[in-house]
Design a protein around this ligand. Sequence first.
Ligand SMILES: [Zn+2]
Length: 210
Amino acid sequence: MKLRADLHVHSEFSFDSKSKINKILKKAKKEKIDILAITDHEEFLGGEKLKNLSKELIVICGEEIDTEYGDIIGLFLTKKIETKKFFEVIKEIKKQKGIAVIPHPSIHHILTDEVLNSIDLIEIFNSRVGNSGNEMAKMLANKIKKPGIAGSDAHFLFEIGNGITLIDSKSKNIEDIKAALQMGNVELLCKRSPKLKRYWAKFVKIWRRR
Ligand SMILES: [Zn+2]
């Protein structure tokens, strides 16, 4: 079966988003999304809250962590990752039987061989990244032979669904979904966020950081 997934969404538990959990659920339904991953910056609560709220939507609990080698996303986590050291984050993701993803590799990453060998997936489409950045991500994934995924990186509700990973999974079971992702049994449906809105998001980020 083919399942529509947005694997990179931020909620109000991220310092840079105001998207309420119940509204994320509503938007996901509208976009006919089957699987949604909450990947808040250094936060874990959003995914758990959404999981408690939703019946049909399959929720993946994740976290986006700012490490010394750049951002890394852990998907299928069971608890918050406390460390911010890259290789310790990887260790913790594996311990939780999660999947390690490099989001938007063209932005502020130090991509050593060791870093690239330790991750599972590359985000080859991010709806907030320009064409050249996404192209670079695609080339990188091809070069190191790692499967790719798409993500909206939605910080606003209207962005949810802009980066869909269509997962060809045996069932709706989490283990089957995880396996399909790791085997790269996916198709990507991509739509870029309008430039103006991306600019606005940046503004809100700066503003909320103060
Ligand atoms: Zn993000």
